[in-house]
Design a protein around this ligand. Structure first.
Ligand code: FNR
Length: 363
């Protein structure tokens, strides 16, 4: 259908299932083991409600904001997700151009299917991107990459830490998926075994990461560092102690540890038990976000911005760059509508007392 007929984020998902190749659909949609966390990520948002306030002059306003010093037209960014070319021949470049048109931030996956140079060149003048990294078992290879990244000056570097160990991505494995790894693996032979796309592209990742690895990255990188995949209050606190600029609450879209809690529940827990930490560091969140209301809830509870992974891959797969722009526009409109109807005209006015779990709020 024409892109303007897409009205909801889930319209892209439904269409993607119909038109993507079996390999692309199974790889994008897959999640770990029983997929409990994958479903819980979005189900959990349905348990939180907004408390609209009335008679508050909502005629003017905007949803511009910033996180880790990066300005954005709205509090939504593209989470780093690998292999956009499986869905569309132009791959990540569509995400870059779409993000540029809409004034949002793209986090570029370490396992992107377009080269980093191609992606950086596709940017508009002054367009800000984030680069996501995994550390390689071969530290020399990571060093070379980090030096290159530092030269290209992304607005921030995102260090993904929630795939400590390879997981079973059930649909991906069942589909007997395989691709040539886009990244040169210096320590193991290229996997052509049909264990799924995930295994084929992820075998270079270091399985022995610890907190000192943040210092390793800091040696090469001068821009803000965001730790992606934080799932407990204890680890938020350790991130604050390490002096990184951003904490990204995420469980890799349910692709890593099945039965990890939904990110919105982790954020709520943080808000209730350690609001002091929320004031010390920029909090990002992703996983299961499908509506503008989801974003408004996360922001009210303390997130600075919200990422979306699969929805952008699906929109790119069904409609290319136009799909990426349309998806952003849907989110822009839904966030604006939800905020105004809740009595709020700017992001800074979203407050914790505006969002809470279902049921009467007492006290
Ligand atoms: C991912 N994700 C991911 N994360 C990351 O840091 N580096 C990566 O290369 C990838 N690759 C990737 C591929 C695919 C197909 C998916 C679906 C996800 C995780 C991603 O950044 C994000 O955390 C989740 O996708 C968020 O959940 P939703 O929005 O997909 O529900």
């Amino acid at each position: 259908p024409p892109v303007d007929n897409m009205l909801l984020v889930r319209d892209f998902e439904e269409w993607a299932e119909k038109v993507l190749s079996g390999t692309a659909w199974a790889y994008y949609r897959s999640a770990a083991d029983s997929e409990y966390t994958f479903h819980e990520n979005s189900d959990a948002y349905r348990r939180y409600f907004l408390r609209p306030r009335i008679l508050r002059k909502v005629g003017d306003g905007d949803i511009k904001t910033s996180f880790v010093g990066i300005e954005t037209s709205m509090p939504v960014f593209i989470s780093p997700a690998a292999m956009a070319k499986l869905g569309h021949p132009l791959g990540e470049v569509n995400l870059t151009k779409g993000a540029g048109e809409m004034g949002i931030v793209q986090a570029i996956s370490a396992n992107a299917s377009c080269s980093l140079d191609e992606i950086m060149e596709a940017r508009k003048d002054g367009q800000k991107v984030i680069y996501q990294i995994y550390l390689n078992k071969d530290r020399k290879a990571s060093e070379v990459l980090l030096q290159k990244v530092e030269k290209l000056k992304p607005a921030a570097v995102m260090f993904t830490v929630d795939v400590a160990w390879q997981s079973k991505r059930t649909m991906d494995v069942r589909a007997k998926n395989s691709v040539d790894a886009p990244i040169k693996d210096t320590s193991e032979p290229k996997s052509k075994a049909p264990l799924g796309v995930s295994q084929a592209i992820g075998s270079y990742q270091d399985r022995n990461l610890d907190w000192d690895d943040i210092d390793f990255i800091r040696k090469y990188i001068s821009v803000p560092i965001i730790v992606k995949g934080v799932q407990s209050i204890e680890d938020v606190e350790l991130c604050v102690k390490k002096g990184v600029q951003g904490v990204f609450i995420s469980n890799h879209g349910g692709r890593s540890c099945d039965y990890a809690p939904a990110p919105i529940d982790v954020l709520y827990e943080l808000r209730c038990l350690r609001p002091d930490l929320i004031d010390k560091i920029d909090i990002l969140i992703d996983g299961g976000v499908k509506t503008g209301a989801d974003v408004v809830k996360a922001l009210a509870l303390g997130a600075k911005a919200v990422g979306m992974g699969r929805p952008f891959l699906y929109a790119n797969g069904t409609h290319g760059q136009e799909g990426v722009e349309r998806l952003s526009q849907i989110m822009y409109e839904e966030i604006t509508n939800t905020m105004r109807n809740a009595g709020v005209t700017k992001i800074a006015d979203l407050k914790p007392e505006m969002c809470g779990p279902a049921g009467p709020w007492v006290g």
